[in-house]
Design a protein around this ligand. Structure first.
Ligand code: SAM
Ligand code: SF4
Length: 458
């Protein structure tokens, strides 16, 4: 069993009253950036004292800065279909919901959506679909990935397609790998078995074990960049993060490497579902920040992904605490980039409606470097190889220069004059403050892009 519920309950029970010394010892250990154990995660989850909380946040900020610097990777979801055979009570795509318009995009429509994303400046796409495919079956997903990769428009192309689709058989995962996906992403939604049973009431997704073993099957098929996550709001978040730790340790033990990313969606209102508007265990903003900070301490080298479910203010606060990837300019309905009005086909309500250029401008104004980098994946630095690279300093040596060159590429090709002016100043300031070796690399890459180069990375 991957998740041992009694162990989690026991750890949570023991950890109920953390004293200041114990918390400070954990924070000191976390600063070594080797991660912390489940019992310590549980203790931090119970911290209420405002001063200790500030120290927790300060430690998360320190780790984020040391490992990731100021980089923030950007992507856009591309919903290809909202057909679904499951009954997840929180999701608008659930089979029995008649409140939304059903649609599976044709390959021509997927190419059109891709062109729009390329024209906004995106380089990374997350393909998303409900769990039911048109006539072609799973081949539909493979065709869609090929369509996205094969679409070229003006200055650009999509260089990395990550995928968030229902669990597959090992053979199908092999086909996904051959289609050259970046990360395979799948959220358990809730690790709490009873809650899981109560909120998944129809279709194949009812099978908890089929879902939790999916990441194992993906890894067996050779996909070594995997993303996991929890849909916060369904069960107690303290339980969920400890279960997340157990899932990660299981992957590390079995495959020698943990997940590449963790996603932290919170339940958002969705049409045709009451539960989404009244989450049984709603996570408030305060606890949400705590979750991100604790995850940053617990698994320092695993990327944390935040989506446009969150509003701009929550997003800005969470960057400092540990988030390293965000979506921007998103639509959650199939065809949503081309057809702006088709909101009755959306999966859930968005908290951040700003276009990419505005998001980039605001990120840069906060001092963060927007990155469209896809270098590691294309150089084969994935899975354990990525984790080897992922030592303080090493990520900065590669990722920061690559972030700056892709940012410069965005500024040349897509940015508004205001965003470009802010961006070019930021790039020069960042390079000036970098370690001399990294600065040399970064300057070289950025100058090649300023001279008209595209897709340069190290
Ligand atoms: N259908 C596949 C599945 O369920 O794994 C993949 C795509 S599904 C559209 C992607 C994710 O959307 C789900 O894993 C779930 O966490 C999230 N989601 C569903 N309903 C949501 C809601 N009301 N608010 C926020 N996220 C939601
Ligand atoms: Fe379907 Fe996924 Fe939504 Fe569940 S979460 S109803 S499986 S699209």
């Amino acid at each position: 069993m991957i998740i041992q519920e009694p162990d989690i309950q026991q750890i949570l029970h023991i950890a109920r009253k953390p004293d200041a010394k114990a918390v400070n010892d954990i924070l000191a250990e976390a600063r070594e950036m080797k991660g912390i154990g489940a019992d310590k995660v549980a203790l931090l989850a119970h911290v209420q004292d405002p001063e200790l909380l500030q120290e927790l946040f300060e430690t998360a900020r320190y780790i984020k800065e040391e490992i990731y610097g100021k980089r923030l990777v950007l992507f856009a979801p591309l919903y290809i279909s909202n057909l679904c055979g499951n009954e997840c009570l929180y999701c608008a795509f659930r089979a029995r919901n008649t409140a939304i318009h059903r649609r599976a995009l044709t390959q021509a429509e997927i190419a059109r959506e891709t062109r729009i994303l390329i024209d906004q400046g995106h380089k990374r796409v997350l393909l998303v679909a409900g769990e039911a495919y048109p006539q072609e079956g799973f081949q539909y997903v493979l065709d869609s990935i090929a369509t996205i990769y094969n679409t070229r428009h003006d200055h650009g192309e999509i260089r990395r397609v990550n995928v968030n689709i229902a669990p597959l058989e090992v053979e199908e995962f092999r086909a996904l790998k051959e289609a050259q996906i970046g990360t395979y992403q799948l959220f358990q939604e809730t690790y709490h078995r009873e809650t899981y049973r109560n909120v998944h009431v129809g279709g194949r997704k009812q099978d908890y074990d089929w879902r939790i073993t999916a990441i194992d099957r993906a890894m067996q098929a050779g996909i070594d960049d995997v993303g996991i996550g929890v849909l916060f709001g369904l069960a107690d978040w303290r339980f969920e993060i400890l279960a997340l730790m157990q899932h990660i340790r299981h992957l590390e033990k079995t495959f020698g490497v943990g997940p590449h990313t963790i996603s932290v969606p919170r339940l958002e209102p969705a049409s045709g579902t009451e539960m989404a508007s009244k989450p049984p265990h709603a996570v408030n903003d305060h606890d949400f920040r705590k979750i991100i900070a604790i995850l940053r301490l617990a698994v320092p080298y695993t990327g944390i992904i935040l989506s446009t479910r969150e509003n701009p203010q929550t997003r800005a606060e969470s960057f400092a605490l540990g988030v390293s990837q965000i979506s921007a300019g998103s639509r959650t309905n199939p065809g949503g980039y081309a057809d702006h009005e088709d909101y009755d086909a959306s999966q859930f309500a968005l908290g951040d409606h700003r276009p990419l250029d505005e998001v980039i401008h605001s990120i840069a104004s906060l001092g963060y470097i927007p990155s469209f980098c896809t270098g590691c994946y294309r150089l084969g630095r994935t899975g354990a190889d990525f984790m080897d690279l992922a030592k303080p300093g090493d990520i900065k040596m590669h990722c920061e220069p690559n972030a700056l060159s892709t940012y410069q590429e965005y500024l040349n090709d897509y940015a508004s004059p205001e965003t470009r002016a802010t961006g070019e100043k930021l790039i020069d300031d960042v390079i000036t403050g970098m370690h001399p070796d990294a600065a040399r690399r970064a300057r070289n890459l950025v100058e090649r892009v300023r001279a008209g180069g595209h897709d340069v990375y190290c």
